[in-house]
Design a protein around this ligand. Structure first.
Ligand code: ZN
Length: 98
């Protein structure tokens, strides 16, 4: 099966894709579990999201800025491993395709 292409999504679309539990996980990771190369550790103050992507594995990739040092950071959240999320993501792709 052909892999879907990576697409850029907005905050609203992300909210539609995630259920409440996933939203909590998402916030948790972005607030305390993103590594910053500049700080040499996790972003202590969390990150500011700049761009959100749904990648070819239907994982969510975030690009943003470390609030502590303003350095660029990125993090992949492996939602695509969740079958339910994967299906939802595929439906979502169809819905925005036309
Ligand atoms: Zn930093």
């Amino acid at each position: 099966m052909k892999r879907p292409k990576e697409i850029k999504i907005n905050r609203f679309q992300l909210n539609v894709l995630l259920n409440d539990e996933q939203k909590e996980g998402f916030d948790y990771i972005l607030n305390q579990n993103v590594y910053c190369g500049n700080c040499g550790g996790v972003c202590k103050q969390g990150i500011e999201i700049k761009e959100i992507f749904l990648d070819s594995l239907n994982d969510i990739r975030i690009e943003g800025i470390c609030k502590e040092c303003k350095g660029k950071v990125a993090r992949v959240l492996e939602f695509g491993e969740n079958k339910e999320f994967y299906q939802k993501a595929m439906e979502f792709r169809k819905s925005i395709d036309n």
